[in-house]
Design a protein around this ligand. Sequence first.
Ligand SMILES: Cc1cc2nc3c(=O)[nH]c(=O)nc-3n(C[C@H](O)[C@H](O)[C@H](O)COP(=O)(O)OP(=O)(O)OC[C@H]3O[C@@H](n4cnc5c(N)ncnc54)[C@H](O)[C@@H]3O)c2cc1C
Length: 430
Amino acid sequence: MTETNVKPATGHTNSQKVVVIGAGIVGVNVGLALLGKGYDVTILDRGEPGMGASFGNAGGIAVSECAPVAMPGMIRNVPGWLMDPLGPLSVRWGYLPRMMPWLLRFLAASRKSRVEQIASNMAMLLNRAWDDYDPVLKNAGLADAVFKKHGAMAVYRSTESRKAAEYAIDLRRRNGIKLRDLTRDEVRDIEPDLAPIFACGVMEEDWGHVLDPFKIVTGIFKHFLDRGGKFKTANVSNFVFRDGKPRAAVTDEGDMITFDSVVIACGAWSKTLAKRLGSPVPLDTERGYNTTVPYHDARLSRMVVCADDSFVLSPLEMGIRVGGAVELGGLLAAPNYERAKALFAKGKEVLPKLKAEGGTEWMGFRPSMPDSTPVISKSPRHANTYFAFGHGHLGVTLGATTGRLVADLMATGEAPIDMTPYRINRFSGF
Ligand SMILES: Cc1cc2nc3c(=O)[nH]c(=O)nc-3n(C[C@H](O)[C@H](O)[C@H](O)COP(=O)(O)OP(=O)(O)OC[C@H]3O[C@@H](n4cnc5c(N)ncnc54)[C@H](O)[C@@H]3O)c2cc1C
């Protein structure tokens, strides 16, 4: 176990020791927000901060994405997914039996009445994402690291596929999301390097994106350390309980790290620790792939969402990132980079000037709940335990909001919005 930044915490008005487990975009935001409330905060991670799902994602501040992954009619697609290992949503056969409880809940969440509710719950978080991020980015000196509100452009190959998306678009509009329809010519004018294969588009006005997802995590983490936060490298495997309450994290090396309160923010790996704290939860992972190529000739001014094929193109600092899709295959199976290659081939069809030279492939584990809704919750079992994970496709987008809400819950027992939809025990029978 190593320790960095042993600089004494300054300005603490609260001597309570809080341990946040996990230093991804969620954990660093939670740590920083708790520091702001005066707690004595230590973040633990088994590796370097920001090296989980937060490292290589598409970087979208995707505030318009309130529609869940499981949408009405999805069940009809299940046979197709099982047959196409390189399709937009695939399942690893070997993992299927273990995934079944999650998959059944996922399909149940695609009922129209559930989808309407989920979208409204998600919009409640997403509609405040910029207000929560802006001060964090400004104070951390990262405001220039974000393309704020350039919008993202969703593109459709045919008017039929745009029509098929009407329910999802209307759902978002009804939840206060600003979307503007674009003609074929407008799509070309906005992104002239795109192939002339798109019949129309939709501008998602309020999106932004970060220049480098990893730099956002490490930038916020550095700000956390500069303000007196502490970090320890530690792989937490269990907890010590005293008087029925968790009181210390136990590492796989047998060390004990004591705390007054604890926050689980381990992304896709949160399930085991949540269970050890008395809160079993149907968390699994939607694995995602991408390829990042340095800039050659192709240029984009904003993120482009290829709606028919479920992948995105992100113009980042280091190049253009092409990827997305979902593979249900658990945390242990080796990556299948054929998926990254298949997505890149589709990307080249869309952006013909893309060149593969110098590209790097990546796979990340999205922490996913069956209802595409994060867990931002106080424990129903222990007064000193909090959970912040399961952000699926939206962890970067909702990092600052999650930090703010967890800090409010811990400091005052209240939050500025109704937290019921995000509670850890919302799935009965788990
Ligand atoms: C291909 C792809 C594209 C994406 N695009 C976007 C996007 O455009 N916009 C967006 O908002 N989101 C996007 N996401 C989702 C986003 O990346 C995740 O939701 C987010 O990174 C999750 O952050 P996290 O902090 O919860 O988890 P992570 O970043 O995975 O961090 C978890 C941390 O916990 C640590 N940890 C785990 N177990 C332990 C333990 N036992 N002890 C100590 N430490 C532990 C890990 O080492 C890790 O550092 C994308 C994801 C993928 C895969």
